[in-house]
Design a protein around this ligand. Sequence first.
Ligand SMILES: Cc1ncc(COP(=O)(O)O)c(C=O)c1O
Length: 413
Amino acid sequence: MIWHPFNQFYYRNNFKKITYAKGVYLFDSHNNPIIDAISSWWVNLHGHANPIIAQAIYEQALKLEQVIFANFTHEPAEQLSQNLLPLLPGKMDYLFFSDNGSTATEVAIKMAVQYFFNQGIKKNKILAFENAYHGDTFGAMSVSEKNIFTFPFSDMLFEVIRIPTPNLENIEDLLQTCHQICKKQDIAAIILEPLIQGAGGMKIYEARYLDELLKLLKKNDILFIADEVMTGFGRTGTLFACDQLQQKPDIICLSKGITGGFLPLGVTACKKYIFDAFYSPELSKTFFHGHSYTANPLACAAANASLQLTCSPATYESWERIRNQHFEFSSMLKNHSKLKNIRCLGTIWAAEMEQAQNQYENPISYIWSEKAIQKGVLLRPLGNTLYILPPYCITKEELNQVYEVIIELLDEN
Ligand SMILES: Cc1ncc(COP(=O)(O)O)c(C=O)c1O
């Protein structure tokens, strides 16, 4: 038997088998098409089974499938660092590889703390936002919101200073609070999901207030870790969400879309001054972190091919078109009695279902998912938060079909 992730078997114990996929469609064993409106957990960028990425992986597999990265380097990783680093907000200097989004954030936290440690400075507190989600490993759980995901492990997680996301109403108080916190606490870094908190319910917050907060924190020598695991590679309408900020990160975490959704890969990018704090004849200053499949050549080859597709004018046009369609859909639903907080950011659309409360503790997500799949669309509400986060190859007609299914479901429920 298989134990599926993030799944309460009481509500879902029957899993549709997907036999193949093409573009925006998944096909089940009866050949029924299902539009993947959530990019298979936010990983897919250019559609399923994209031939350009598939070919790049195939060609790489015939050359070099894997090699220990502690001793060697290879062309796909070198190429990725050359191509990706200059595109990152704040122009990063070093890429550190791992396997997924959680490890990318673990690496970032460890990097930040050891950056100070190596300089003889004891700063080991982390600042994080309420309602955050940074992954499922212990460090990532620690900096995430304490909630249904993490309650069983509460006593085992390290202490984190939590503040609300900034907005017009709270910014003055928040700046005051942070000013006090900075005086009293030894804070190494703030970790945050820029502009939108994904798993926390697609909660959008404004760049200008975040910039004000970051300015203060930076003045107090607190590193800024941008967790762009979900927002990276165009989801928010710019290549990275931090492109919309004045304040730039010291460390950036990426995963999910990095390989176009083909293979697992995490990267943590940093500035040269971070790397320099680890450079020393003293072995104790080494960054002792690594995974067996670090910088897997196949995953790097997929990432290079995906990055090329992402940086094409056609992809930028798709972001714009999806965004405009989302806006039109939102204004059409403006007064819908069963939806509230309708919002969009770039290619992401979200709203709360009025009748249901309480994220995740609410089986409505299961009911909606099942019904939507029967209508040929993959949706996976976050509790009562309904959202669309499609692959960029989705056509106008396919996206309209997703909207129609949402309207039908609202009418039926
Ligand atoms: C912002 C953010 N960080 C980290 C993660 C963890 O990524 P992974 O599921 O690849 O471990 C996620 C996953 O949803 C995420 O949204």
